[in-house]
Write a protein that binds this ligand. Structure first.
Ligand SMILES: [Zn+2]
Length: 55
């Protein structure tokens, strides 16, 4: 059940659901081309300027 919290999260920018990349511990917003990292099952939803990576 460790993906529960991830499944209900939405992108703070566009409010769409993330794609979950469990292999790389990332949440991916395809609309914004932004990845958010997950640490210890807690997604790091900081301001995009602080943590995002453009694909
Ligand atoms: Zn988004």
């Amino acid at each position: 059940m460790k993906t529960n919290i991830l499944e209900v999260l939405v992108c703070p920018i566009c409010k769409n659901k993330f794609d979950i990349d469990l292999q790389n511990n990332k949440l991916i917003c395809k609309l914004d081309s932004i990845d958010f990292y997950i640490e210890d099952n807690i997604p790091i939803l900081l301001k995009p300027e602080d943590c995002f990576m453009k694909n």
